[in-house]
Design a protein around this ligand. Structure first.
Ligand code: DLL
Length: 444
């Protein structure tokens, strides 16, 4: 069932948009871009007034590059028009709402008509296919069902592909492990941090994940490092794929890794990616790192034109060994808004994760605590360590502490306060992990 030498297998028919010749793909994108810009102009007050301010009409799009003339949309646009202000379809055509809670106050609300749900199932079907899931696979869907897009997004995609879905949602880890074992689960989807917890719990329960039929993990919704992937693949004996998406654009299904595990293919017939300089907003050429901007080319109920994701990546335009022609983005390791500055040094949580997991004896459970003392920002890193090291001699602990401090200093360029804690100290999440606790406001 596997495919080789870039040839699509039986389930990835060559007619899939993933394999379109680039000129055909660009033609399709332009046609869809023109239509969606017109739709947004006619039905989204905010978009129309912004075009009018610039003296533009939808006719300004004659080429894909003309997209650079259009204004950006940002997260606060969704907050300012809360809850339904960006809907471009009448309520009697909207068949689904989802919402994503941000860090502050009200959630943002997103809408789908039946066409949008079909597009979503289609891109999630292609996601599962890219992650080598086939009809006959038993998929344990441990993404949260509910307002979060992960659960239902993965659910319909896996069903459309023809796999068997277990809609277990997140949480109740013991039951997850029982089901995984008893139902002969071959593929699992959830956040990477939750799966690390599943691995840990399975070990405590004496279940050897490697002896189970489980073959594939489909992980996303939060940043994770290649070290984390290595840990998951080694401990569970599976192949771990990275999938990306966001509620504002559709949910999961924007981009997915393939067997090559080297960048995520964007489903470009439906989502047009651009990379911009986050400070100036200028579009950057393929290959250069910047903020990912996405335009929905094929979503009716809530078109998003040039939405600034705040996710930092670059476009990989070179052909992929899997044969897909849609371009890839490099895995997203950071957001433009998750950086903090400590004593003048820019720090991203993912750098700390990489530095921790490079050292033997640590566990992939950590938390970064920011405080302010006397006007200066302080950073403390709590790291769980293996029971073996924890019960070892004081000097072994000190040795690990020293190695970790060096590893972090080497990666981040900063000496941090370290706190080694026993396994299970840091709270586990069944969805996105909370890596950073910011107590700086409280301290003032
Ligand atoms: O997290 C959608 C999703 C569900 C994606 C399941 C993948 C799997 P939101 O809750 O709106 O939607 O959060 C979107 O999460 O802008 C990124 O910052 C982050 N994110 C999502 N996937 C990845 C990933 C869903 N693979 C925000 N790597 C995005 C890094 C990711 N960050």
């Amino acid at each position: 069932m596997n495919h080789h030498n870039g040839q699509p297998n039986a389930f990835q028919s060559v007619s899939s948009p993933d394999y379109l010749p680039p000129n055909q793909l660009r033609a399709l994108q332009l046609q869809r871009l023109q239509a969606i810009v017109r739709r947004a102009y006619e039905h989204q007050d905010l978009f129309r007034s912004r075009l009018e301010e610039r003296g533009l009409t939808p006719d300004c799009i004659q080429d894909i590059s003309d997209i650079a003339k259009l204004p950006f949309m940002v997260k606060t646009d969704l907050r300012d028009t809360y809850p339904f202000g960006l809907f471009a379809s009448p309520m009697d055509e909207i068949v689904r709402l989802h919402a994503s809670s941000g860090t502050t106050g009200k959630p943002i609300v997103v809408a789908y008509d039946q066409h949008d749900l079909d597009v979503w199932s289609n891109v999630m079907q292609r996601t599962f296919a890219a992650c080598s899931v086939h009809p006959g696979d038993i998929v344990q869907n441990a993404f949260g069902y509910g307002l979060f897009t992960g659960g239902l997004g993965a659910h319909y995609g896996a069903e459309t592909l023809g796999a068997t879905v277990i809609p277990i949602s997140g949480g109740n880890t013991e039951r997850q492990i029982m089901v995984m074992k008893d139902f002969g689960v071959t593929a699992v989807c959830c956040t990477p941090s939750y799966f690390v917890h599943v691995i840990e719990r399975a070990r405590e329960l004496g279940v050897d994940l490697k002896s189970l039929p489980l073959r594939v993990g489909i992980f996303g919704a939060e940043p994770w490092t290649s070290q984390m992937r290595q840990h998951i693949e080694d401990e569970a004996g599976i192949k771990a794929y990275d999938i990306y998406g966001l509620s504002e654009i559709i949910g999961p299904g924007v981009a997915s890794e393939c067997d090559a595990q080297n960048g995520l293919h964007v489903f470009e017939d439906n989502f047009l990616p651009e990379i911009i300089d986050p400070t100036t907003g200028t579009p950057l050429p393929d290959g250069e790192e910047g903020e990912l901007v996405l335009t929905t080319l094929n979503k009716f109920a809530m078109p998003m034109i040039r939405y600034r994701t705040r996710d930092i990546t670059n476009i990989i335009a070179e052909p992929c060994s899997c044969g897909r022609t849609v371009r890839r983005i490099r895995r997203i390791s950071r957001r433009s808004d998750d950086m903090f500055i400590i004593r003048g040094v820019n720090v991203f949580p993912s750098q700390i994760e990489a530095a921790i997991l490079a050292i033997e004896g640590t566990l992939p459970h950590y938390q970064i605590i920011l405080t302010r003392e006397g006007g200066l920002d302080q950073i403390e890193v709590q790291v769980e360590i293996t029971p073996e090291v924890f019960s070892d001699t004081i000097s072994a602990m000190e040795e690990l502490q020293r190695k970790l401090a060096n590893s972090i200093e080497h990666t981040v360029g900063l000496r941090v306060k370290l706190h080694l804690v026993p396994q299970q100290t840091i709270e586990r999440s069944m969805g996105k992990a909370k890596r950073v606790i910011d107590r700086r406001q409280l301290a003032e």
